[in-house]
Design a protein around this ligand. Structure first.
Ligand code: TXD
Length: 311
């Protein structure tokens, strides 16, 4: 029997995630949105693409949660995106209501699913999903680190003129301006970039990575990035559904790891069929730790704004 993957929100990120998941033949896809006809139209268009660059996946567009029942993986993308001048945190209250409603409805019919949350502000929205679903922490995670490290990899490849395949980058922390890119653990063909680039170029790459989302928002003017975020979600679903035991940076619920407790943070995790199999702890310098704790404080500040019914 094929896996079933539900993507909630058929906007830019949702449709990109759904199309990539279908192309990877990870299973049958259900695309759900509140807008009548829109997910149905996009799903039909995607299915009509399948004979051309062939892939076998049924793709169903719907407005009815009954169609999502029995999902193995749920990708949560519904919510407002940023506009120029907005921070991710400005989306907190509107997206909290959306995440609460959608996760509350989808979790009932898919009690064994693994949740991948994408809606912003990411680290707070994953916590909303964890609380509302009641699922164990290894089955509720957020997508941000893959995107942030992909951006850093792109900037490293641009800087050195090397194949993107040779690059590896590490970004820890929350998905906000206080994220923590780690040049010491970022490499080209295994060589740390600290050996390949002068400090001032590394600083520029770190800064551009931190502001990578905002750079796209200010160019697009009407919304935020979606190609890289959508395919990053597909990579997480791939690692889970193919039980790859793959190490990827994801937002995971920490209970003591990295000296942090009761908070979602972007850290390296091992992903497999059960979800998060392991949180990998890497050694950090005092400076890196301070940056991680600053990022954690920013996320904790959002948790404190949760209304009573979410506490
Ligand atoms: O790294 C990351 N985690 C992110 C997060 C990278 C990029 C975008 N990120 C966030 O994802 C962004 O800040 C937003 O909060 C979400 C979705 O971004 P997207 O660009 O896909 O937004 P769109 O195109 O506006 O699509 C949102 C869809 C839209 O079709 C709405 O009709 C739908 O969400 N929506 C709902 N669907 C179902 N149920 C409800 N209640 C609902 N409300 C809105």
């Amino acid at each position: 029997m094929r896996n079933k993957i539900t993507v909630i929100g058929a906007g830019h990120v949702g449709e990109t995630a759904a199309f990539n998941i279908a192309k990877l033949e990870l299973g049958d896809v259900v695309l759900i949105d509140i807008i009548d006809g829109m997910p149905q139209g996009k799903a039909l268009d995607m299915f009509e693409a399948s004979p051309i660059f062939p892939f076998d996946a049924n793709i169903k567009g719907t407005n009815d949660y009954a169609d999502t029942a029995g999902s193995d993986v749920i990708v949560m993308t519904a919510g407002l995106p940023r506009k120029p001048g907005m921070s991710r945190d400005d989306l907190l209250f509107k997206n909290m209501a959306i995440v609460k409603e959608c996760i509350g409805r989808v979790a009932k019919g898919s009690p064994d699913a693994i949740l991948i949350v994408i809606s912003n502000p990411l680290d707070a929205m994953v916590e909303v999903a964890r609380r509302v679903s009641g699922f164990p922490k290894e089955r509720v995670m957020g997508m941000a680190g893959i995107l942030d490290s992909a951006r850093m990899r792109a900037f490293i490849a641009m800087e050195l003129g090397v194949s993107i395949e040779n690059t590896h980058a590490f970004v820890l922390g929350g998905h906000g301006d206080s994220m923590v890119p780690l040049p010491r653990y970022s490499t080209v063909a295994g060589i740390p970039i600290t050996h390949l680039l002068p400090q001032e170029r590394i600083d520029a790459i770190v800064e551009r990575t931190r502001k990578g989302g905002g750079e796209i928002v200010s160019l697009l003017k009407t919304g935020s990035a979606y190609y890289a975020p959508g395919i990053a979600a597909a990579q997480m679903a791939d690692a889970i559904l193919r039980d790859k035991h793959k190490i990827l940076p994801c937002a995971a619920y920490l209970e003591g790891e990295y000296g942090l407790d009761g908070i979602y943070m972007g850290v390296p995790v091992q992903l497999g069929r059960k979800g998060i199999e392991k949180i990998i702890e890497i050694e950090l310098t005092e400076e890196e730790k301070a940056a991680l704790y600053k990022s954690a404080d920013a996320v904790r500040g959002l948790f404190e704004k949760f209304p009573d019914d979410l506490k």
